[in-house]
Design a protein around this ligand. Structure first.
Ligand code: SF4
Length: 443
């Protein structure tokens, strides 16, 4: 049972010293109760408080990592909705390979080499599931070995053969890979194999009560590196089951459901598979295993995942500096905009599309867009002039003209004052109009 703020306050020193960042111990206690603070932030917490609150203040969804050389984190979540705080770890995307499939080596190469770049982030596949379809242990083990050697990603093992799973686990010892489809009847054997080889278990049952019973049993047996596999039959049921489980874990601190999920998708239809995967990404999926390597599907899912798991309070930023777009020389035009990634990539893309080379000055604006940064005083004429002097732009170029975004035309006077000898040109408000601006004004 979760402790209330008042119950937690009784365990704190009650000196209101503010070192935790809260004005009072009560305020800090309220944050702890809401899972929005960590007891470690109070340097004076007693051993008794640590013992009682330590367990209580653990994230309701147990944090774990899969993989070793390439590691991916799961869990650690403390809220139901992104606007409450933030989501800690994204849904991991894995691709399944059957051991009787064709062209396995080339598919593994493509999985390993898959990279999708979006607003400066490089998105990759996080894990590979290896499924025994052949009925032959040696083929399964051959694929496990090959998948590990080629990708170094965490593997998710699916086999009805205990001997094959144990041999694969020994091969993957210490890689934090996953044995999936563990049921009550093989749980003890699989727990032994997982403990001996440092693996994670994906546990399943025909209904949620069965998953809860198995999770409690394994926890009581001292094993908690678990993923929950709910045996749902439709997208609607998955949506409902994930929501119930996440609410129970976060709102009621129900430990038996406080683990990330693992789900294998295979509807037989790529569009339906994609809808299922979208449900996973938007509704609390831990690891989503796609039935096959399908690049077009991955583009949609990776982009969606980036949108869902980008912290809205921490915009994606690019490094403040002067960027060369194309191959600019000392007489190439100079543009300035903010370091919000989306703004940077749109503006640089439009400059590239216009067919010219240019310098793009990106001062530190805390990742805000143009108008937001200007309103916050981070994109003023003085601020930009100071940055341009710091980076020594006048030594890099001979041109003395700089183009500012049309939305902040009002800063042109202040910028010219800050940069004597420079002429400020007011560019278009929308980046999409940059090409015609370049062709008409800068020609
Ligand atoms: S640091 Fe500890 S003692 Fe100080 S105000 Fe915060 S909770 Fe209270």
């Amino acid at each position: 049972m979760a402790l209330s703020g008042l119950q937690i306050q009784k365990l704190l020193p009650k000196t209101n010293c503010k070192e935790c960042g809260s004005n009072t111990c009560l305020a800090f206690a309220m944050k702890l109760a809401a899972k929005k603070a960590d007891l470690k932030e109070c340097p004076y917490a007693s051993d008794e408080a640590k013992a009682i609150l330590g367990a209580d203040s653990e994230p309701p969804i147990r944090p774990i990592a899969i993989g070793s050389e390439i590691q991916s984190k799961l869990g650690g979540e403390t809220v139901l909705y992104r606007h409450e705080k933030t989501f800690v770890n994204k849904t991991l995307i894995a691709v399944n390979l059957d051991d009787d499939a064709k062209d396995i080596e080339s598919v593994l190469d493509r999985i390993r080499d898959y990279k999708l770049e979006r607003v400066g982030e490089v998105l990759t596949i996080n894990a590979v599931a290896v499924t025994q379809k052949s009925g032959k242990d040696d083929l399964f083990l051959q694929l496990v070995r090959l998948a590990w050697e080629k990708t170094k990603l965490a593997l998710i093992l699916r086999s009805g053969s205990t001997a094959a799973l144990e041999a694969a686990a020994i091969l993957l010892k210490g890689t934090n890979s996953v044995i999936a489809d563990v049921r009550l009847d093989n749980a003890d054997e699989m727990r032994r194999i997982a403990v001996e080889n440092g693996l994670v278990l994906g546990i399943t049952a025909s209904d949620m009560d069965g998953v809860i019973a198995l999770s409690e049993k394994l926890k009581n047996d001292g094993f908690a590196n678990l993923l929950l596999q709910f045996d749902t039959q439709s997208t609607a049921e998955t949506f409902q089951t994930h929501t119930i489980a996440r609410r129970a874990a976060i709102k009621d601190n129900f430990k038996a459901l406080g683990y990330s999920t693992l789900r294998f998708i295979r509807t037989g239809n790529t569009l339906d598979d994609t809808v299922e995967a979208i449900t996973e990404i938007t509704k609390y999926g831990g690891i989503c295993v796609l039935p096959e390597f399908e690049p077009a599907q991955l583009v949609a899912l990776m982009t969606l995942r980036l949108n869902i798991f980008t912290d809205p309070q921490k915009p994606i930023q690019v490094e403040p500096k002067v960027y060369a777009i194309g191959e600019p020389d000392r007489n190439s035009p100079v543009f300035v905009t903010t370091n919000f990634s989306l703004t940077y990539f749109i503006v640089s893309g439009e400059i590239e599309n216009s067919g010219i080379s240019a310098w793009l000055v990106i001062p530190e604006c805390e990742g805000m867009s143009v108008l937001t940064a200007w309103a916050a005083g981070k994109f003023s004429g003085g601020h930009i002039a100071k940055f341009i002097k710091e980076v020594g732009l006048a030594d890099m170029v001979d041109t003395r003209k700089i183009v500012i975004p049309g939305y902040v035309s009002q800063i042109s006077g202040e910028l010219e004052e800050g940069l004597p000898g420079w002429t400020v040109l007011v560019g278009p408000q929308e980046a999409s109009d940059l090409e015609s601006f370049i062709k008409t004004v800068l020609k």
